[in-house]
Design a protein around this ligand. Structure first.
Ligand code: TXA
Ligand code: MG
Length: 332
């Protein structure tokens, strides 16, 4: 199969609509990362997504809809705080988990009685979802466990020849996946940290928890149990510039090609060692992280991540992705 990469136009949207109706998978831009979408009403189309990605069968998908889609068609009621959060943050990088009406394919939620819904804000995503005019089940458009894609090229690298169409909306400005928020309880609870932060949610909802899976428990957001966001090269995690340099030197002397991924402030402490610069702020680091992980895996035999200093706000999400990518301690 040839994979076409097309910008947003009347013609490409028409093609996308046709493919979605035929049960094919179409990759599309969002403000967070690219998604791999299929008709959420079709068992076959949703199963194709799992097969294409090599995704575990118990890791549910998010249903994406356009801004005027009537959510009450899919979800069975919502607490008052959820309505306030929708008004404040949607369209945008917030995925909300609700009791499901069971209207979409059972494969979307992998048998759970909840449904995760998301209204992305990128104009390219909105144009695609309006053209499709049905809920589109979509995970990030990367092979399972690989780094999420933030350019059409990244999607092509993972799915070239396997899907008919990538709708190219340019680089993703957000850079890490949406915040996943459980809206089935009395207080909203974050299942996956992202660009809409705990502080931002608490300011609107009054309170906001962060879910931490207990030993031996099936996690509420099954995706978080899996290894994720991993570059193809070997990785190491360092708590300081000094530690990173030590690991770097060992790899260098062993004739490998080490590369350090760190925030800007660390670079002067590396004395010229080869490094990839994540930037200064949480937003900047979120935007650059996945592209740099993909650059790192191409150029290095060993990619060394350095723990950033800041931990609050968007950095909570960046830190979560870095720990997963570099195999660091998940408990911190
Ligand atoms: O930004 C994003 O969210 C991107 C773009 C494409 O929209 N999508 C994305 O999808 O990151 P994915 O499949 O890579 O991650 C979805 C996460 C997983 O951790 C999954 O377990 C969780 O959402 N999830 C989906 N449905 C759920 C449900 N009913 N209950 C709890 N967690 C759910
Ligand atoms: Mg993903």
């Amino acid at each position: 199969m040839t994979t076409e990469v097309l910008g947003i136009s009347e013609e490409s949207l028409c093609k996308a609509k046709k493919y979605i109706e035929e049960g094919e998978a179409v990759a599309f831009h969002t403000e967070t990362v690219y998604g791999l979408g299929a008709n959420a009403f079709s068992d076959e189309a949703v199963r194709k997504i799992f097969a294409l990605k090599g995704r575990p069968a118990d890791n549910p998908l998010i249903a994406h809809v356009h801004a005027d889609y009537d959510l009450s068609r899919l979800i069975d009621g919502e607490p008052p705080y959820a309505a306030a959060l929708r008004a404040a943050f949607l369209p945008g990088p917030l995925t909300m988990v609700y009791p499901s009406k069971g209207k979409v394919s059972k494969y979307v939620s992998c048998g759970l009685d909840t449904l995760a819904v998301r209204v992305p804000s990128s104009p390219a995503a909105q144009a695609f979802l309006r053209a499709a005019d049905l809920p589109v089940a979509a995970p990030s458009a990367n092979l399972s466990k690989h780094v999420s894609p933030v350019t059409a090229r990244h999607v092509l690298d993972d799915f070239g020849g396997k899907i008919p169409l990538i709708l190219d909306g340019g680089n993703c400005s957000g850079g890490i996946e949406s915040t996943v928020l459980d809206c089935t309880g009395e207080v909203p609870q974050i299942l996956r940290e992202g660009l809409v932060t705990r502080e931002m949610i608490a300011a609107v909802a009054g309170d906001c928890g962060v879910y931490v899976p207990q030993e031996g428990e099936r996690p509420k957001s099954p995706g978080m149990a899996y290894k994720h966001y991993s570059p193809c090269c070997r990785t190491a995690w360092a708590k300081s510039a000094e530690e990173a340099l030590q690991i770097y030197k060992n790899e260098d002397m062993g004739c490998g090609k080490p590369l350090i991924l760190c925030e800007s402030g660390v670079i002067p402490k590396l004395f010229g060692a080869r490094a990839l610069d994540l930037g200064d702020t949480g937003e900047e680091m979120a935007r650059r992280l996945y592209a740099l992980l993909r650059e790192g895996e191409r150029k290095a035999t060993l990619l060394i991540g350095v723990e950033p200093k800041e931990k609050g706000g968007v950095m909570a999400g960046v830190m979560n992705r870095m720990l997963r990518a570099f195999g660091g301690d998940h408990e911190t």
